[in-house]
Design a protein. Sequence first.
Length: 266
Amino acid sequence: MPLWAQILGDLRSRLSTGEFAARFPSDRELVRQYEVSRQTVREAVRHLQQEGLVERTRGLETSVLERPIEQSMGALYSLYRSAEEQGFVQESIVRFLEERKDPSASAMLGCATHEPLVYLERLRLLDGNPAVLDCSWLPSRVARGLLDVDFHRTALYRELETRCGVRPDSGWERVTPVLPTPEQGELLGLRSRTAVFAIERLACEGSSPVEWRHGVVRADRFQFVSRWSRGRLDASFEAPAPAGGAAAPASASSRPGGRPEPVPGR
């Protein structure tokens, strides 16, 4: 293994423990610590920058970037659990928890337009910093027991199962890069015209929709990761070309759900 890769591994470990929270060492300091050339140090730090762990500007010191949450795709997940498992402290500021009627949300949930829905809107913090604005709609007939929950430090799906006996086990999610509304940007502490991920999710128990969620996530605090292995290839994966012939074209997969509803700017 080349020297720069060994140093890279050690720097990753030191970053993960928070050793450089106050300040990242200069090239000169790293040369002295590792007893290697400046070129070797710069190569290691360049890879840290490519991985999004540090930021380096010509003529300025290298600074440590906030760690993003890594979220696997292809499975129903809890942001609360993902954050806690990766060492973040996750808290929520509950902006709204009440019953409402909303034709668009009712249509997504397959409810009558006059049917009341539980509406939960949370500004979610990671280590005290705003990261996600989440808006969830659930049919009141199954989720009314959530109205007296303190969501400051708990997960929606945990409370939904504990208090209402409902456990989502299927659904779909769509992630789209967008520009937030001015209010969304202010709530998330973003500079003007900074992109976010808009997330839409329909969660079901069996064949019954139980949650319609839409929200915006800071793109610098969240990264999506897909993993695959033998035996877990999608039907549209390009197959090897048969001997003497061209490969058959991959089939197009349909997009789940209908046209997305706009994320409210409240």
